[in-house]
Ligand binder design. Structure first.
Ligand code: ATP
Length: 251
């Protein structure tokens, strides 16, 4: 059997008396989109932070590509290929769209020292930046100031910057937020293709996108995973319907 690329075992995180995540175990398989859904405050963002390394777990382990990364911070986890996007606006607003992706590509090469070299003259980095823009459909915006992009375009640019880092896994926290119907549809199509390059752990409230994309869905309620399964299994699961999907879906 194929090994999971990401394996969470018995992760816990409390804030005072509040158990934000409670004994969470789940896996992300190669090529898979695994969606994490749950009501507000269920612990989804906390879990993403525990995986990315921004928040230290009280107990439990995070294994990535067969390696225990629990003790590592955000930067070494990102360097290892654990890519986090969204809900961290890391874009440089005064820079052009292309400069943002080129800086992303530069970050991937890991050379802070190189920062001082004329990066925009580095053909290889510029090509990588342009290739990422092309993949998200922002080529014609390359020379624009990032601050002048629409909200939806900025989100696409965040995806493009993430692509330049060539992650082995994507952790995405509500990528559809604020995109509107056509923007979400476009991003849904894009993520569908992206899973081949790197599997995606997707926190998302947009249930149309979740049901369209996810190979598996885990439902988090009060910090606990109450069910994991395919979209059909989750839709049918009585515990989920009661706890999360609500009366209108149970009707
Ligand atoms: N730094 C913190 N200090 C104290 N409590 C926190 C902290 N971060 C999160 N919490 C609490 O932990 C619980 C889980 O929050 P979290 O943001 O992980 O939920 P969520 O499922 O991502 O919610 P949403 O869907 O609204 O983004 C909430 O009750 C929240 O108030």
């Amino acid at each position: 059997m194929t090994d999971p690329l990401l394996k969470l075992s018995h992760l816990n995180k409390s804030f005072g008396a509040l158990k934000a995540t409670d004994d969470v175990s789940l896996t992300l398989m190669p090529g898979e989109i695994h969606a994490l859904i749950g009501p507000n405050g269920a612990g989804k963002s906390t879990l993403i932070k525990q995986i990315a390394g921004g928040l230290r777990s009280d107990s439990g382990t995070v294994e990535f590509a067969g390696r225990d990364v629990t003790a590592l911070g955000t930067v070494p986890r990102a360097r290892a290929g654990l890519g986090r996007t969204f809900q961290i606006s890391s874009l440089a607003m005064e820079y052009t769209v292309l400069q943002n992706t080129v800086l992303g590509a530069l970050g991937h090469d890991g050379g802070v020292m190189r920062f001082f070299r004329p990066v925009m003259k580095d053909r290889r980095l510029v090509d990588r930046g342009m290739a990422a823009l092309e993949r998200v459909g922002l080529t014609d915006q390359a020379a624009k100031r990032t601050a002048d992009l629409s909200h939806g375009q900025r989100r696409l640019l965040e995806v493009a910057v993430a692509l330049t880092l060539e992650p082995k896994v994507f952790l995405m926290d509500e990528p559809m937020a604020g995109l509107g119907a056509s923007g979400s549809k476009r991003l849904t199509g894009f993520l569908d293709a992206l899973r081949v390059q790197a599997p995606i752990l997707l926190v998302e409230h947009d249930m149309d996108a979740v049901f369209a994309l996810a190979d598996r869905i885990s439902v988090l309620v009060y910090g606990r995973v109450i069910a994991t399964g395919t979209a059909d299994e989750i839709k049918r699961d009585p515990t989920v319907r009661e706890a999360y999907l609500g009366a209108e879906d149970a009707a």
